[in-house]
Ligand binder design. Structure first.
Ligand SMILES: [Zn+2]
Length: 191
């Protein structure tokens, strides 16, 4: 069961310590999330460099690619946060017709992509459907966050910086009911 391999945990106090300096964090969030990034992390707005797109995805488009490279190479951010959110109208498992168009479709997207919503759903459909309906979307949001972290690690700039221990990447999910985020982890995750 996929659920046995996933867990979430609350963010500790000062999960990412505020350094009170400019742009130490690249935050990749979703267009329809109401998460307030600086409040979620308890840091200053000035510490954030923010990219939002449909479904908080690391995808092969110029905006995403350029933003990540600029943040890691030029700004030398210390953290990249990918933050999904429960209740996302883009990333949902129970109605996969929620978003139409090439953004979610595998057919129009580059080969070997593993970060597209329909491909991700197909990969986990059996596991997702074993869950009660109300839990399916939540799991799919979490799966999507982890999948984006995998895509992030395909950038040489990112893996080099992680190897040098000057960059850390984080997968979070925001819950608007509690107004808090939780960290999404695969068991035995070691970063
Ligand atoms: Zn969303």
């Amino acid at each position: 069961m996929i659920e046995a391999r996933l867990k979430t945990e609350p963010l500790g106090e000062n999960y990412i310590p505020s350094l009170q300096q400019a742009q130490q964090i690249l935050w990749i969030g979703c267009c329809d999330s109401n998460a307030k990034e600086s409040t979620v992390l308890n840091i200053l707005n000035e510490e954030l460099f923010v990219l939002r797109n449909l479904g908080n995805m690391i995808i092969d488009d110029l905006s995403c690619e350029t933003t990540i490279k600029h943040a890691v190479v030029d700004l030398q951010v210390k953290h990249i946060v990918v933050c999904g959110h429960y209740g996302c109208r883009i990333v949902n498992a129970t109605s996969r017709d929620g978003l139409k168009g090439p953004w979610s479709r595998q057919v129009l997207l580059p080969k070997n992509s593993t970060n597209k919503l329909d491909a991700l759903y197909s990969m986990h459909e059996e596991d997702i459907n074993q869950l009660p309906v109300q839990e399916r979307d939540r799991l799919f949001v979490e799966l999507n966050v982890l999948d984006q972290l995998r895509s992030l690690r395909k950038f040489p700039e990112v893996t080099d910086a992680i190897t040098l221990e000057r960059l850390h990447i984080h997968g979070l999910v925001y819950d608007s009911e509690t107004e808090k985020a939780r960290r999404v982890l695969e068991e035995q995750q070691s970063y």
